[in-house]
Design a protein around this ligand. Sequence first.
Ligand SMILES: Nc1ncnc2c1ncn2[C@@H]1O[C@H](COP(=O)(O)OP(=O)(O)O)[C@@H](O)[C@H]1O
Ligand SMILES: [Mg+2]
Length: 450
Amino acid sequence: MDGLKRHLNESVQLKLSFTLSLAILAVAIMAGVFSFLSAFDEAHELQDDVLRQVAHLMDRQRLSPSTPKIDPMLKDVDEESRVIVQRLGDSNPAGASVDAGGTLSLPTTLADGLHTLDIDGETFRVLVSTTAAGERIAVAQEAGFRNEIARDWALRTVMPFLILVPVLLLIVADLVRKMFQPIAALSKEIDQRAEQYLHPVEHGHLPVEVRPFAVAINRLLARVGQSMDSQRRFVADAAHELRSPLTAMSLQAERLADTEMSYMARERLTVLRQGIERGRGLLDQLLTLAKVQSATELPKSPVSVQAIYRRVLEDLMPLAEAKQIDIGVEGELDAEVWASELDMIALVKNLVDNAIRYTPEGGRVDISVGVSERKAVLRIQDSGPGITLAERDRVFNPFYRTLGSEQIGSGLGLSIVQTIANRIGAEIHLDFANEAQQTGLNVAVIVPMR
Ligand SMILES: Nc1ncnc2c1ncn2[C@@H]1O[C@H](COP(=O)(O)OP(=O)(O)O)[C@@H](O)[C@H]1O
Ligand SMILES: [Mg+2]
């Protein structure tokens, strides 16, 4: 019972159907009872009228009931509706039953008028009247006859309601479902949105009752958008502000490196310079992340993937060479994706940068592009340690770095990649490059083409 109560409270559809069917059922029962009672009265009236008419007829026609005798023909007459006319006090031939033509055993003391009598287990409606000739006659009919009429009438009244209930329930269910469809569609649309899409939801097509709710959501989205924008601006401004002093420090350190110093001092200076470089790398990544997270859509155009690869390799080749990493683009096949060139460069650069950084010296990085189902598949495979299954979701979180990675880094690269992928409608898959040994990272980015 509690379960039903809880369901009723939770579902408008169920509540509406339940309430409506209860209402219909109540109306049906009331109508049924009312019509049964009125039909019953009607039937009573009707039967009494019939008895009176017969008595009246007997009187007017100066008819007298015949002497009772056994009559086999009577068996075919419908006993329920049969009208029995007899003189009060008539004896019953050989105790014959009424059905065979015998008389009703009526007390002669019966007063004139209508009576309901139980005779031999059957209920009869009896009209006793004294004819003009002074004869006391009884006109009788089974009471069951009127009850049957009343029952039929009542059933006929209730029947439409019984058909109406399921039909109305279906209509209500369908109506409520249709009414809630726009809401279901809206929640699905909101569910599928990436976090940076905070534009207001359409509410013109929603039921009036729900619109205030949608307006409230829009207001919330606007507030969230503003606070995210101000946060992003803060991060970007902070990164900007920090950039020039850090650049100055790195320049200072470079100039210091040119001066004479002890071995210890040079050691310390190297660590200092690495720290400064890490800081500068972090700032760059923060700025890039703030930029790609901002809602402003960069203009999209057909972008050649091979061209992007060439640009990125130009930038990162020194890093790869420094680690003697064998890096190259496999195959000539090119594909044109529909995206902003800047986005594509930032996406590919972060992935190739990771592949180079996390692949040990002398390792290998293969870059390729393929096309399947009208989508370009950008693939970057390396011979590094790879990323375990457990960590594959977390590495996309800002500032997340896998334990034990000696490489300097900010932990922002993959979250920049994820944000750009969301924006251009791309999917990212991480697998091991070598499934058997569970090593190496095989990154596939599936990007829609025009
Ligand atoms: N190609 C890769 N091979 C192994 N581990 C990787 C690779 N790319 C990323 N990772 C892991 O994922 C983490 C997050 O990467 P990323 O967001 O680019 O941050 P960062 O490179 O600045 O550390 C890295 O710290 C590293 O542990
Ligand atoms: Mg990185």
